[in-house]
Design a protein. Sequence first.
Lengths: 189, 220
Amino acid sequence: MDLGGSVEEFFRDEVDKAFRDRGLTAGALTEHYLVQLLATYAAQPIQAEPLALKMLEAVEATPRERRTQLREIGDTSLFVSGFWTESLADKLVDVDYYIDLGGTAYGELARGGTGWTGDPFGDVFGELAENFARFVEVLMVISRRTTHVANNEDVVRLYQRWQRTKSRWAAARLAALGVIPGRGDGRPQ
Amino acid sequence: MRGAAERHRGRLSILTRLQLGLEALYRVDTRLDVEAFVIDERQRQESGVARAPREQLLVSESGDELSMALFVDAKAIETLERHDPASGLHGENFADFCIALEGVSHFVYLALCAAGERRVSALELELQAEVDKFACCVLLDPAAEGLRRRLFRDVRFAEDLEPHERERYRTANDEADRYAGALERQFVAEDRLSEMLADLRRFYRLGLSEKLAHISRATR
């Protein structure tokens, strides 16, 4: 059985459906990139080293290492913020932090450009940097469909976090769950 | 000018035959003779290349002018002269056929893009070359078993590739494999090769994004 192929086919369908669900479009190579990202993280653990430290290391790194590190920061940020949003519920850093960090990393990668023999994903990195939050939404849709449906506790935790941080992401996530925050009294609608 | 001399003698070189085969397959005409662009190992080294794979298309741009030179390992050419691919692909000539075809594919595609003043990325060239290999192998032997495995899965990438180069080859390889799978299911298995050719010709004329979208649609 070609497990690698079937995992990719699975995520290809999911990415395709998620884009349609959200009414979004992306370049074909960007869709390919997202599929590969999901298939990769489905098969490997996320490294424990804090991404902010990696970002500092990337500044000093050789061009070859720098690309690898920036890509890992961008990919991990996108995957964690989109796919494991619930696990961030009680953490000091929230999704907005990952969105900033990941968008910055992809933006740096995009500066390298595509060129004739340049980075094949130069344009992809640019698209991901520019619309990072929207790609997080796409991964959230896939996460919801493929992992679990948020229970009441998740919703309460999310709401508490929105109260604490007024995170735009948390507001969007609550709206997606049918709980619309923010008519001034701090109570869910 | 080895190719021109051989043409006069009525015997075409293996690279010229591959070029003419690709041009016939896709109904295109570069109006160039690949042999006039072939360089040997010494000339390649003099050009100062960083890597020396068995097949390499060297490209340089100066103003509006694009210069190309194609290197194909002499041993691969010798093998193909001894074991003519037109008589069948087998263990003796399969790998060298793929090497030579990849070089000629890059040459033809880039020449056509340059003539049409269309910019092309290395990823697009690689993807088209992978598809060309599959198409030519199928046309030489439609009943060949395990073709996709041999072309796309039993592959190893050079250890000294930069990460972005490795990703380029892997992406081209994976996407070509998907497209080839769709072609096999829709056309080869149904013995509808003329329709496969029509699809391949449409694909050939698309840019990278459209090629990838075409593959997505074909595999849905």
